[in-house]
Design a protein around this ligand. Sequence first.
Ligand code: NI
Length: 228
Amino acid sequence: MLVQIPRVLTAEQIQFVRTRLDAADAPWVDGRATAGHQGARVKHNQQIAESSPLAAELGDLILAALERHPLFISAVLPLRVYPPLFNRYDGGMQFGSHVDGSVRLLPGSGHKIRTDVSATLFLAAAESYDGGELLIEDTYGAHAVKLGAGDMVVYPASSLHRVAPVTRGTRVASFFWVQSMVRDDAQRTLLYDLDRSIQALNQQHAAHPALVELTGVYHNLLRMWADI
Ligand code: NI
């Protein structure tokens, strides 16, 4: 399931994050630093050094915003979130077709995270650069995703995906992974659809007794499928 999550960050937050990332002393390094063997061959971009204080500071700002975002919680059912990373593409840079690594070590903890969901949070206005679409393949074909600054897309980490070459301007984004309470994408999709239906009914028929039963079904499915 591919879900767009609008307005994760406000315009003021975007401006703050971009000022820090665009500063002359921001620690940009070759993006292959965090790529696996296969990914390194097709990855051509830059990243903020993973262990830098800047990545931690800006990553915390994003995590705090996500904690309060009902659509993110409903679509992803997060158990653990990898600290957000930051990348940029310009001058024809691209990231060829790849699948994200399935298990990653959480920095500084010794714990591992299973990457069920991949997330990209766009940090540049879509009209400020050409190319740079995130192309995600599923059984219906390839989906091109290019969102406004502050908007995010989440998709199954098992998907083959790539970033098209950036031919004008600079694409800046944050990206990270989530281990979901529900590892199976089809089960997560059912829970998301059910939750959306319940929310819609709540808006129009909040007193209907069947809502209590539907909410019970939601929680009992989550109880059955949660892997925590
Ligand atoms: Ni990727």
